[in-house]
Design a binder for this molecule. Structure first.
Ligand SMILES: O=C(O)CCC(=O)C(=O)O
Ligand SMILES: [Fe+2]
Length: 393
């Protein structure tokens, strides 16, 4: 099924302008808190290639970090171009097989259609049972301007298969070094998803915590559900960005419904900070953080390439969850190896395109590099439909 559940009927919707105006005080408070916390700067590695200990400490303390200027302008341009092709080639809606030009849409031959749609400015998940019911409270759904399309692209998947620049990004040496520092040398991938929030149209992502597997595990801790990167292709703004509640990754499963109720029923949860970024910045957000984003009533486009990493021990032996749930799979050594191979092929794809850049050595594939070069053969064997092997927990 490609269409997200329809939104339940709510009170009289706000106009775009009213919605944006109603956020003004909240945005100012969030901006002040973000400035107080800081938690941003270049992605600094030690001479040994480890993520700088100050950054690790800041990440663990607050549950997030904003790495500034990681992706250079040429790479941002290549990623924007590839993402735009994906958008241009998207089916016009959940039941369509053609793009807006009437051409056969991209991705129809993929095992999982790489697009999800939403109604403009809607909240497709909040208050529904989708994704294990992890988005319990519905966000405001403002009324789109006249002439808005019936559906807009909300998510795009399989960036390593659909976007040549997306595969190369996945092999980024600094991002992989930071993943190794946080999740160990045997770290494993999770999934990838591109959040598209078009100006005046993009839907909301209701408050949630990403993880669904380990809340009651005897060895639960603040890192057990891993983290997500978001690579920002455009500046993110107070009007369209992701918001996170600092420190919430340490406090176990949050009762989001109760938090909204205690806030007078308002979705403007206190204590949240907006992740305002420049193009080329990369956020790292702990998957136990309470986080979400509001309907994009702003005039600014956001495209966030989102991909995550886990500790191997948190994934091995776990039952498939979230988007993988229907498969009833258990993540065994083979499944982890097959999905992790995407990283190794991505490393080589990047190396072929950027031969002068340092190459990340991915420990689980030490000695196996030659079997996982980026070639037409590995594109078939490793990259095709790789996201059917995602390691969601
Ligand atoms: O970018 C967004 O609006 C939502 C992102 C999110 O929920 C995530 O990265 O887990
Ligand atoms: Fe999330």
């Amino acid at each position: 099924m490609n269409v997200l559940a329809p939104a339940a009927a709510g009170p009289q919707p706000l106009t775009r302008t009213e919605h944006a105006a109603g956020m003004a005080a909240y945005r100012a408070a969030g901006e002040a808190l973000a400035a107080e916390i800081g938690n941003r700067g270049p992605l600094r590695l030690t001479p040994g290639g480890d993520l700088h200990p100050d950054i690790q400490a800041a990440y663990w303390r607050h549950g997030y970090y904003i790495f500034e200027g990681v992706i250079d302008p040429a790479e941002v341009a290549a990623l924007r171009a590839d993402a735009q092709v994906m958008l241009d080639r998207a089916p016009t809606g959940p039941d369509s097989r053609v793009d807006s030009q009437g051409r056969t849409a991209h991705g129809l031959d993929y095992a999982r259609l790489p697009y999800r749609f939403t109604r403009p400015l809607a909240d497709p998940w909040g208050g529904t049972q989708a994704l294990g019911g992890r988005h319990p409270a519905q966000m405001a759904q403002p009324k789109p301007d006249a002439g808005a399309p019936e559906y807009v692209v909300f998510l795009m998947y399989a960036m390593c298969q659909s976007m040549p620049a997306g595969l190369r990004l996945y092999g980024h040496p600094k991002l992989l070094a930071a993943a190794q520092a946080i999740n160990g040398a045997d770290f494993v991938p999770y999934n990838d998803a591109i959040f598209v929030k078009q100006p005046g149209l993009g839907g909301s992502v209701a408050w949630h915590q990403d993880g669904v597997t380990h809340w009651d595990s005897p060895n639960w801790d603040e890192g057990i559900h891993g983290f997500n990167y978001q690579v920002q292709l455009y500046p993110t703004t107070l009007g369209n960005c992701l918001w996170v509640i600092p420190g919430s990754h340490k406090r176990g499963k949050a009762d989001i419904k109760a938090m909204v109720a205690a806030n007078g029923g308002s979705e403007q949860l206190p204590g949240a900070v907006p992740l305002v970024c420049a193009a080329g910045d990369v956020t790292m957000v702990n998957r136990q953080m309470v986080h979400g984003s509001f309907a994009n009533t702003s005039p600014d486009l956001r495209i966030s390439l989102t991909f995550g990493f886990h500790r191997r021990s948190a994934v091995l032996g776990q039952k498939a969850a979230l988007a993988q749930e229907g498969s009833n799979a258990v993540y065994d050594d083979q499944r982890i190896f097959d999905r992790s191979a995407v990283i190794q092929v991505a490393i080589d794809a990047r190396h072929q395109a950027r031969p002068d850049e340092p190459v990340f050595r991915y420990r689980p594939f030490a000695g196996l590099e030659d079997d996982f070069r980026f070639t037409p053969e590995t594109v078939e064997r490793v990259i095709r439909d790789y996201n059917t092997k995602d390691l969601a927990i």
